[in-house]
Structures are given as structure tokens and as C-alpha cells.
Design a protein around this ligand. Structure first.
Ligand code: ADP
Ligand code: NI
Length: 228
């Protein structure tokens, strides 16, 4: 099997797997992340084949599909890659990217103090940086806003409730189980992403998307108060 066939087969596998779920990990998210990640990878001189495969598979192992079981998700990615004719070394690299990418992993676990030691992870490869930045960019800007309200709506969350303040230091467990209004998610995650970018291009793009998030929030609260 050549690289093109491996990518095509994986694309089909991902489309089929994600079509069964609607928690916000739709195919078009994967499509955008894949293209963004490849663009960043070219800038960074990262391995495009690894980046493309990892971008395609990055949400397959999401804990949300496995009732919170993170290990089962990682195993699923490994199983798929093992069914293809690629080297174990490459499999390890891709599995590592897909298991490290989640924003949730940068949050402290319950009882653990929030500290800068959790971030950045010291052994980052260029490939991991490209895919992670791409995934984070897709949670920002106009698209990020659409995704946040889609996610909130799916879980019957209100758009906003002035009585429920955003949490300043959310833990991994809280992130998984939170039931707060979607606007809070902007403060608990989306606005933090700009300073979490790994690559130069990622940072540049994140700046513009961040600006748009702020613009949106400004308008949102003016409308909420009936000022405009
Ligand atoms: P990650 O895989 O980086 O941990 P998620 O799977 O948690 O990201 O998020 C998928 C999408 O849903 C993202 O666009 C994210 O911003 C959005 N999302 C996640 N949690 C919430 C929430 N509590 N409220 C609104 N949107 C959310
Ligand atoms: Ni994703």
C-alpha cells in the first residue's frame, strides 16, 4: 500500500466512524484540521504524511466516544494503524500525537495544583505541534463559536446564565462533566488557546481568531443588556 492509499483508506474509516456520533466531532472538523495541520506542517518542515494521518485520526480515540475511557480510544487508533502496512515506529508516533492532542490533558487532574509544569510537554515533535495547533485553531474564531454552541445545544445547555460564573481553574474531571452555559466555555477554554500555540503560523492565525472571539463577546454582552 502506498502513502496515498493509506490516507484514502484512513479517510474512509474516519468518515464511517464519525458519522455515528454528533458530539461536535464531525467530519468537516477533521477536514479543516487536516488542511490546517498540513499548512502548518509545511511551514515547520514537519513530516506531512504523519501529520495528515494523525489529523485524520485525532478524534477517533476521543474519550467521549468511550464513556470517558481514554485508554480504549488510544487502543482503537493503534488497532486501525496496525491493520495498515506501516512501520511500528510510525504507528507509535501517530498514536502518541492522537493521545496527547487534547486540551483536557493540559488541565490539572483533581487534587493536582494548576501549574505551568503541565504545559508545554517537553518532548513535542513538530508533527504533534502542527496537529495540536490546527485542532485548537478550529475551536477559535467564527468556527469555534459555532462549534461551542452546537456542543452546548447537543447537551441541552443554556447559551448564557449571569448567575453561573466561569470557573477560574477548571480541572480535568470538571471539564469532562461540566454542565455550564456555553458562554462560560469561552472563558474556560477558547480564550486561553491563543497563548497555547506551539508554532509561528499557529500563533499568527490564533491572534486573528482570538480577536474575533473578543469582538463577538463584546457584542454579545451589549445585546444581552439591550444596549444595542
Ligand atoms: P478537545 O478534544 O480539544 O478536548 P473537545 O472534544 O472538548 O476538545 O471539544 C470539541 C468542541 O466542542 C470544541 O470546539 C470545543 O470548544 C467544544 N466544547 C467542548 N466542551 C464544551 C462546553 N462545555 N461548552 C461548549 N462547547 C464545548
Ligand atoms: Ni478535534
Amino acid at each position: 500500500m502506498n502513502k496515498k492509499e493509506i490516507i484514502e483508506k484512513t479517510e474512509l474509516f474516519v468518515k464511517q466512524t464519525l458519522s455515528k456520533d454528533s458530539t461536535g466531532h464531525d467530519w468537516w472538523h477533521i477536514h479543516r484540521v487536516r488542511n490546517l495541520a498540513k499548512r502548518i506542517a509545511r511551514h515547520e518542515g514537519a513530516d506531512i504524511f504523519i501529520v495528515e494521518l494523525a489529523a485524520l485520526l485525532h478524534d477517533i480515540g476521543d474519550y467521549k466516544f468511550f464513556q470517558g475511557d481514554e485508554e480504549a480510544g488510544v487502543a482503537k487508533v493503534g488497532e486501525w494503524l496496525s491493520s495498515l502496512e506501516i512501520s511500528p515506529l510510525l504507528i507509535d508516533k501517530i498514536v502518541e500525537i492522537t493521545s496527547q492532542i487534547s486540551f483536557m490533558h493540559t488541565l490539572p487532574a483533581k487534587g493536582e495544583r494548576s501549574n505551568k509544569k503541565n504545559f508545554p510537554i517537553p518532548t513535542l515533535s513538530k508533527e504533534l505541534m502542527a496537529v495540536t495547533d490546527a485542532d485548537r485553531l478550529d475551536a477559535m474564531g467564527a468556527i469555534g463559536i459555532a462549534r461551542a454552541f452546537t456542543y452546548g445545544g447537543f447537551f441541552n445547555r443554556p447559551i448564557y446564565d449571569p448567575a453561573i460564573k466561569p470557573s477560574k481553574s477548571i480541572t480535568r474531571e470538571e471539564y469532562k462533566t461540566t454542565e455550564v452555559p456555553s458562554i462560560n466555555h469561552f472563558y474556560e477554554k477558547l480564550l486561553k488557546l491563543k497563548n497555547m500555540m506551539y508554532t509561528k503560523l499557529g500563533r499568527k492565525m490564533a491572534k486573528r481568531r482570538h480577536r474575533f472571539l473578543n469582538l463577538y463577546l463584546k457584542q454579545f454582552f451589549k445585546e444581552w443588556k439591550g444596549k444595542i
